[in-house]
Design a protein around this ligand. Structure first.
Ligand code: GLU
Length: 434
């Protein structure tokens, strides 16, 4: 595959060092536009979310004080089906971030061709400040306030940064109580006992593994002994690390909010996983093995590795550090980790970027399976889920790769063109209401 593909030119639109994710989405859409024949009117629809809700979330703290947080739910597109996308609890959550994440969900669901639109939610808060009971109260209040928007046929939340099966369970309980009906299909990523799917927790990391292997294979890079660095050791990064190690790769760099760690001979990932199971905040801090050294976040991103997997937050690879990235292949486990400016620099240096809307789609594909099982009241075996996940991911990888080769465009542009054309087609088939 030719590496000097068309990326286009982009204008730096960062706000100081803060990158606005919604501006990033618009830049990416505009770059894709010239490779599609989508008419201007439809394009205007695609550049805006259908609906955005802001809610206040008051909670009574354990000490009796009242604190008021701000939450959001954005429905970017329902053209291809109910809106779908996670909920994150993070201090950096803003309306523009949620809008971008909702837009990326719409494109992601279209790229893997599952019958969903895109949505996303979030609460601006630092969850480490709250007890578990407080997180439950925050979740229940937020659920009550976004309830007019969500439902198994309207908009289906799921876990995202700092949310998990417990948070989903509280959403099921609150929504079912308020609506007076059993609503297991109102969220995905819940506990198995409440209708969760076997394999859902691992699915995003498993999808990252499938895309990494699929792309390395097409680039003629042997996965055995491929050196990998992973930013973020949460649900996505840790599972991807484990599954890629099982395939023979060597994970030499890992990090989380507590710091970065480098081990040239490769980490024993099962040992690291055992450590974070009981460490304070489930963080890597304090982990130590012979030959390991502590490194900064920037040093992790610029390690001399075959594959870099950013699996944390948006805008980690920017115009500031992109020139120093040495990885041949970057597989985006996170949503939006690379800015459009950084994309240009990486491409000029010959790196291949496997875009988020393909690389991390395994989670939402498995969410789709969970929702199907909830609708049918029939649970599948884990083997069936993993096989179907593999088939959908392989198909999407092949479609994006082939489009990229055929049109001589980057994998990101190819994924955006594929996704945006599918959403645009659904909009034009439905027609504009009234
Ligand atoms: N939060 C995940 C994502 O960004 C999963 C969303 C879902 O399963 O709905 O893709």
């Amino acid at each position: 595959m030719a590496l000097n593909k068309t990326i286009g030119t982009v204008q730096e639109r960062s706000l100081g060092t803060q990158v606005n994710p919604f501006h990033m989405l618009l830049q990416q859409l505009d770059l894709a536009r010239e490779h599609t024949g989508i008419p201007g009117g439809i394009w205007e629809i695609l550049r805006r979310p259908e609906r955005a809700l802001e809610v206040s979330v008051p909670i009574t703290r354990d000490d009796g004080e009242i604190e008021v947080l701000t939450g959001y739910r954005v429905q970017y597109s329902s053209a291809r089906g109910p809106c779908k996308g996670g909920i994150r609890y993070h201090a950096g959550v803003t309306l523009d971030e949620v809008k971008a994440l909702a837009g990326w969900m719409a494109l992601k669901c279209a790229v893997v061709n599952i019958p969903y639109g895109g949505g996303k939610g979030g609460i601006a808060c630092d969850p480490t400040r709250f007890s578990e009971r407080e997180i439950e109260r925050i979740t229940r209040c937020y659920t009550a306030r976004i309830l007019p928007l969500i439902g198994p046929k309207q908009d289906i939340p799921a876990p995202d940064v700092n949310t998990n099966a417990s948070v989903m369970n509280w959403i099921v309980d609150t929504a079912s109580a308020l609506r007076g009906e059993a609503l297991p299909g109102i969220v995905t990523g819940k506990s198995l006992e409440l209708g969760g799917a076997l394999g859902r927790r691992e699915a995003t990391g498993r999808g990252v593994m499938f895309t990494t292997i699929g792309v390395l294979h097409r680039l003629d890079i042997d996965i055995t002994n491929a050196r990998i660095a992973i930013q973020g050791f949460g649900n996505v990064g840790s599972i991807a690390a484990q599954l890629l190690t099982d395939q023979g790769a060597k994970v030499v760099g890992i990090s989380d909010v507590s710091g970065g760690y480098y081990c040239p001979t490769g980490f024993d990932i099962n040992d690291v996983l055992r450590y974070v199971e009981t460490s304070p905040g489930h963080l890597l801090a304090g982990y130590s093995v012979p030959g390991m050294e502590e490194i900064t976040n920037d040093e992790l991103l610029t390690l001399d590795v075959d594959v870099l997997i950013p699996a944390a937050l948006e805008a980690q690879i920017t115009s500031r550090n992109a020139a120093d990235v040495k990885a041949k292949v970057i597989v985006e486990g996170a949503n939006g980790p690379t800015t459009p400016e950084a994309d240009l620099i990486l491409a000029a240096n010959g790196s291949v970027i496997v875009p988020d809307i393909l690389a991390n789609a395994g989670g939402v594909v498995c969410s789709y399976f969970e929702w199907v099982q909830n609708i049918q009241c029939f649970a599948w075996e884990e083997k069936e889920t993993n096989q179907r996940l593999g088939r959908i991911m392989q198909r999407a990888i092949a479609e994006v790769w082939d489009l990229s080769t055929e049109r001589q465009i980057s994998l990101r542009l190819a994924a955006f063109v594929l996704g945006v054309e599918r959403v645009a087609q659904a909009i034009s088939l439905r027609g504009v209401f009234l």
